[in-house]
Design a protein around this ligand. Structure first.
Ligand code: PLP
Length: 396
């Protein structure tokens, strides 16, 4: 848990990534911070203990390792304070627990990460919080969904698996007029490609599991609040006792140093493959905000500085063909693309997306939706692998 005091940002994004969060001369000149394994922190005397008169008091409240990462995230997000939690999912659920109370109403985007929907429909419902799902393309029209007890609007842009781009600024303006807090899951873009707080978001959430960690070996989440909402987040963190582990915090900070160059590569390869897919007759359409043909492209172009390496496409299916068989044949034809969840690592991944839990989505029914995470393999090899998948799908 860490608060941020320096909000002046003049450095470029990659310079920021290299320097953020740790001053080597605060620790004997070593370039990286120490991995502090701790529960107990000793006080020199009873008076200091009585008034908690030193920077660290107990490891659930922060260590030099967790602070190095939180400070780095604060610099990137422009936030007043950040907390670390053990997964990206926990980052969303803990933000909801921090700001919602029984009797409140929350508006959650219909294209939200599926496990967040499950949390809303199960635990939030049990705790007496009412949730309505809204159309990701709604923009300022969200006003019609506000009730007297609407306290929170959750955004995720682009949306999970279907990649709808939201007009965050328009939504935040309406939410603030109604006294509601705006949270955003910004995992896809990272603060390098979209800065939520600059668009009116109050609390920015990242699954550091993905691009910040970058190697498919760490689970972690960060929640970063602006000055107005930081105190409540900090209190929730202290009350719940949920914190990030030191080795994981270290690895995420290490990952941040190279995140800019990794994202550049994800983006370049993803764009090349998405464009190639779009030209194929066995693809009905490609869902990637960086493609001019994508319905949310204009908002993406206006608000984002880049596109990351995850997108979906719809496999073309002839009348009467079985979607499931076609999708599975395609996936089983792949060998470089692994079949697995998550994204943001170095290896390419593929899966069939299940959009059946969507309340609003009516499009995308023309064929199975396949999500790809484009890793660091050579694009020519990835295309050849996908070609094999299409050939298998044709035979199915
Ligand atoms: C957009 C988004 N947010 C949050 C998460 C959850 O992250 P984690 O796997 O660390 O719980 C995911 C996971 O896929 C995700 O896609």
């Amino acid at each position: 848990m860490s608060e941020h005091d320096d909000t002046s940002k003049t450095l470029g994004p990659n310079t920021q990534l290299v320097r953020a969060g740790h001053d080597p001369f605060a620790y004997h000149g070593f370039v990286n911070p120490p991995v502090v394994h701790a529960s107990t922190v000793l006080f020199p005397d009873a008076a200091t203990m009585e008034k908690h008169g030193q920077p660290y008091t107990y490891a659930t409240r922060g260590t030099p390792t967790s602070d190095a990462l939180c400070n780095a995230i604060n610099e990137l997000e422009g936030s007043a304070g950040t907390i670390l939690v053990p997964s990206g999912l926990a980052a969303v659920t803990i933000a909801f627990l921090a700001y919602l109370s029984p009797g409140d109403h929350a508006l959650v985007v219909d294209s939200v990460y599926g496990n967040v929907r499950h949390f809303c429909d199960s635990m939030l419902a049990r705790f007496g919080v009412e949730v309505d799902y809204y159309d990701p393309s709604i923009g300022a029209g969200i006003e019609a969904h506000f009730k007297a007890n609407t306290r929170l609007v959750h955004t995720e842009s682009p949306g999970s698996n279907s990649f709808e781009v939201q007009d965050i600024k328009a939504i935040a303006e309406v939410a603030h007029r109604h006294g509601a807090i705006v949270t955003m899951d910004n995992t896809w873009a990272t603060p390098l490609y979209f800065k939520p707080l600059d668009f009116g978001v109050d609390v920015s959430i990242q699954a550091s599991t993905k691009y910040p960690a970058g190697h498919a070996d760490i689970l972690m989440g960060t929640i970063s609040a602006n000055a107005k909402h930081w105190k409540r987040l900090k209190q929730a963190n202290g009350a719940l006792g949920i914190c990030g582990a030191p080795e994981d915090a270290y690895q995420v900070l290490r990952g941040l140093r190279t995140m800019g160059v990794r994202l550049d590569r994800h983006q370049a390869s993803a764009l090349e493959i998405a464009t190639w897919l779009e030209g194929r007759s066995d693809v009905a359409r490609v869902l990637y905000p960086a493609l001019p043909s994508f319905p949310g492209h204009d908002i993406w172009k206006r608000d984002f500085k880049g596109a990351s390496g995850v997108f979906s496409f719809v496999l073309a299916v002839a009348d009467g063909q079985d979607f499931k068989r076609k999708a599975q044949a395609f996936l089983d034809g792949l060998s470089l693309f692994g079949l697995g969840y998550s994204w943001g690592g170095f290896t390419s991944l593929a899966l069939e997306v299940d959009l059946s839990d969507r309340r609003i989505l009516s499009a995308l029914k023309e064929g199975p939706v396949i999500r790809l995470q484009i890793g660091f393999e050579d694009v020519a090899d990835l295309k050849a692998d996908l070609e094999t998948g299409f050939e298998r799908a044709r035979q199915a």
